[in-house]
Design a protein around this ligand. Structure first.
Ligand code: NAD
Length: 256
């Protein structure tokens, strides 16, 4: 493990720009469960309920979904979550000019809350703190929509055009946001190394942002608890907690 850690530091040190790619695993230490772990969301709800078709066609499902938000079961929208040591260490790397950018599958907004500016974070799956109308695109803070649910509108509709409202997160069956995807590809193209943190690298096309440079020979370091689907493409794999390993890596690379 010590040799792997030194090798990881050397890769990150040598690279002028590093692409950061994060998944649900970086936020578990902030109290947000991942999807595929033993306590993950999929152990409690049916993933098929998170397809866009069902959401648009089933008012009862929408009512249950808003209720889950209200009850804090989908965290982030109202419940208080804070960045952890791994998010803060990434911010240190970003402030030092070490990153080509942060590409995240997460919808929790914790990289920005830890201080990385919005235009240096590509949120491939959207952000749970915003909601929008599927018809006219009008958007609100999710908390504003939840206030209407709390006041008795179980399935609130757009106040402008009357269409359905959803959180601004990517459901199964929806395309990724084009602007975020484009930003992510630019960040990937500029990178001389890739650092993956807390992702199984099993959700596509998002994972390709990290995997495509690795396939081209750009060295990839993975920090993850347990196996990922693409450990074989990593130059170095560090198996452990992001909240411990990422601050250690950042400190070593930044020479503190
Ligand atoms: P995943 O659930 O498929 O995998 C997470 C990985 O992180 C697992 O291998 C797990 O063992 C590992 N892990 C858990 N805690 C860790 C820790 N403390 N340190 C290091 N590793 C840890 O996650 P994914 O690959 O991001 O894919 C899930 C999808 O679900 C994503 O597309 C994302 O949009 C969404 N999601 C987001 C959040 C969030 O925003 N925080 C939470 C759950 C799911």
């Amino acid at each position: 493990m010590k040799d792997d850690f030194v090798a990881a530091c050397e890769i990150l040190d040598r690279a002028r720009r590093v692409l950061l790619f994060t998944g649900a695993g970086i936020s578990t230490e902030s109290g947000i469960p991942d999807f595929r772990g033993p306590d993950g969301l999929w152990s409690r709800v049916d993933p098929a309920d998170f397809t866009i078709g069902r959401y648009l066609n089933d008012p009862e499902l929408r009512k249950r979904r808003w209720r889950m938000h209200l009850d804090g079961e989908l965290w982030g929208s109202r419940s208080v979550v804070r960045p952890n040591r791994a998010h803060h260490a990434i911010t240190d790397l970003w402030r030092a000019g070490k990153l080509s950018g942060v590409v995240t599958q997460n919808i929790d907004g914790l990289h920005q809350e830890a201080g990385v500016s919005d235009d240096h974070v590509a949120e491939l799956h959207g952000n749970i703190r915003r909601a929008h109308c599927v018809g006219c695109g009008e958007d609100w803070a999710t908390t504003e929509v939840l206030a209407r649910v709390e006041a008795g509108e179980a399935d609130p509709m757009c106040l402008d055009c009357g269409d359905i409202i959803k959180t601004s997160t990517v459901m199964f069956g929806e395309p990724l946001p084009m602007n975020e995807w484009g930003t992510a590809l630019v960040m990937a193209a500029q990178a001389e190394a890739v650092l993956v943190i807390g992702s199984t690298l099993g959700v596509f096309p998002a994972a390709d942002v990290a995997l495509e440079p690795a396939r081209r020979g750009v060295p990839m370091v993975i920090v993850n608890l347990g196996p990922t689907e693409h450990d074989h493409l990593a130059r170095v794999k560090l198996d452990g907690m992001a909240g411990e390993l990422v601050p250690q890596l950042a400190q070593a690379v930044l020479g503190r």
